[in-house]
Write a protein that binds this ligand. Structure first.
Ligand code: NDP
Length: 249
């Protein structure tokens, strides 16, 4: 029961954790929360000024010195992924966790009207990037005693709904990606792969998807952090191939 979960303050001490989309919304909250629990956080995103603001907040709070790693996930080439690997390899030599959080909504229109450029962009950011990032960074995850990879799913990644288009399809793909990695590493013991469904959360993506909703009625990113701590840290050791809800009734 996540409502009872009390993470230790040093839960993530000495762990190096990459958070994608760390400049805003849920990813920003996760980066700050992981740093507060002792992690050295690698802040990935596309808007450098936002990443620098999170970096400053971590330093001011006395957290371990973070790193900033910009990469446009909609267009990143294999060369850029391999350069990212080399950077992390040289700087840290290992990785204890990845939170695949970056995502885009795309269009809320019927498939009949869905334009292919948006389709490709959503697939690249939401599905291709978590696949390639994980694949390229596996050698670093293998250097960890207890590595956790978290993918971000959605309600429409489990039940398809009209007008969720590429976003829904990409999140179904993410659920499969996580389960396939989990199955392929089931006997290795040292790397686990799980999904989190944040549930309705007060961010700019949610406001874009539901413009008529009052954001004050929604959970904040900070409210949903227990699930993100639980799955990233040692308390979830041995759990793999699961898809969890961050908000439970
Ligand atoms: P936000 O839009 O607030 O934040 C998304 C983050 O992803 C931003 O930091 C953004 O960077 C980054 N990002 C987007 N596109 C790219 C790209 N091409 N390259 C690199 N970084 C990129 O979204 P949320 O915090 O709401 O969502 C986080 C995750 O949770 C997503 O995967 C989303 O699908 C999922 N989710 C959210 C729900 C909600 O209610 N909020 C519900 C269910 C799932 P920048 O700020 O620079 O644009």
């Amino acid at each position: 029961d996540l409502k009872q979960y009390q993470p230790r303050t040093d839960l993530l001490k000495n762990r190096v954790i990459l958070v994608t989309g760390a400049g805003d919304g849920i990813g920003k909250s996760a980066a700050l929360t992981y740093a507060r629990h002792g992690a050295t956080v690698v802040l990935h995103g596309r808007t450098i000024s936002k990443l620098e603001a999170v970096y400053d907040q971590i330093e001011q709070a006395g957290g371990a010195k973070p790193a900033i790693l910009p990469l446009h996930l909609s267009s990143a080439s294999e060369l850029e992924y391999s350069q990212l690997f080399t950077t992390l390899q040289n700087q840290f030599g290992r990785l204890d966790g990845i939170l695949h959080n970056a995502g885009i909504l795309g269009h809320r229109v019927a498939l009949e009207q869905y334009d292919v450029q948006t389709w490709d962009e959503v697939m690249n950011v939401n599905l291709r990037a978590p696949f390639l990032l994980t694949q390229f960074l596996l050698p670093l995850l293998k250097q960890s005693q207890d590595a956790s990879v978290i993918f971000t799913t959605s309600g429409v990644g489990r039940t398809a709904r009209a007008q969720w288009g590429a976003y829904s399809v990409s999140k179904f793909g993410v659920e499969a990606l996580s389960k396939i990695f989990a199955a392929e590493f089931a006997n290795s013991g040292a790397i686990r792969f799980n999904c989190i469904n944040p549930g309705a959360t007060r961010t700019s993506m949610r406001a874009d998807a539901y413009p008529n909703e009052n954001p004050q009625t929604l959970a904040t990113p900070d409210n949903i952090m227990p699930a993100y701590l639980y799955l990233m840290g040692p308390d979830s050791h041995g759990i793999t191939g699961e898809s969890m809800d961050a908000q439970q009734p």
